[in-house]
Ligand binder design. Sequence first.
Ligand code: ATP
Ligand code: ZN
Length: 295
Amino acid sequence: MSEERLRIAIQKSGRLSEGSFDLLKSCGLKVSRGKDKLYGRVRELPIDVLLLRDDDIPSFVADNACDIGIVGQNVFEEERLAGEHDAPAVEVMPLGFARCKLMLAAPKEWSFDGADMLEGRRVATSYPELTRAWLAREGVNARAVMMKGSVEVAPRLKIADAVCDIVSTGATLDANGLKPVAEVFDSQALLIRNAADFTPGKQAVFDALMKRINGVLTSRDAKYVMMNAPRDAVAAITEYLPGADAPTVLELAGSSDKVAIHAVCRESVFWDTLEDLKKLGASAILVLPIEKMMA
Ligand code: ATP
Ligand code: ZN
């Protein structure tokens, strides 16, 4: 039944789309795009995909044109603060990709020593609500001036004194004589849904999708870690391993004081982690990727 297909909105092209398509792919879902490229279908589960501009996604989900969507936390929160919907879309969970920061940037010649410097000034931004909320938190009286694009040219054109924008490398700011001075909002991709209950049919599809997404997210950072270690260091090492359940401890042939430890670490294993494990007496440390995991 067509009305039982779950409709998901994702960004058509841009900084969210690759991560969104990758997530669906990791969930075993292949999106076949229609001729108009605005609409895709998934065969493995009854899911339809709408390909939109990211700015339209929160409204489409709030208005029930889509059931769920993937959008940047920055856009979602800006829309929520603008309060244009009686029943705005609601957050399901963060997805861990498209991480970026909304930063306040000021002319390089300012020796910025706090938000107070903005008192009575103008800040150009595509995110006036998030900017206003931050200014209010900082107790500063400044104006957020809405600009849809090319925010970083505003100070040169004397439209504003500072800007508030998404910063990745800082190169664009630098080219315009600006420097990032304060973090306003920390963002990543978010799964959102319509606020109303789904029909039982849609709920079942949603639950199946959530199970797969959770599986992908938990195995994404997870690693299978193996090492040799002194028998009396097992407790300390177990304590140290990031997000590990009880590890498997195995005898090593021909050695009575050393054992092998195998563990699934659910959180990121960094080089620092390995250095620390070595300090605890571990040797021959191997870190292997995990392809799939189900609790
Ligand atoms: P659209 O054409 O869909 O309106 P856009 O140009 O508004 O796209 P993009 O630049 O594709 O938007 O960014 C989409 C979202 O990706 C942003 O709202 C933000 O959440 C996130 N994002 C922006 N810049 C970066 C970055 N450098 N790295 C990671 N994520 C980013
Ligand atoms: Zn956009």
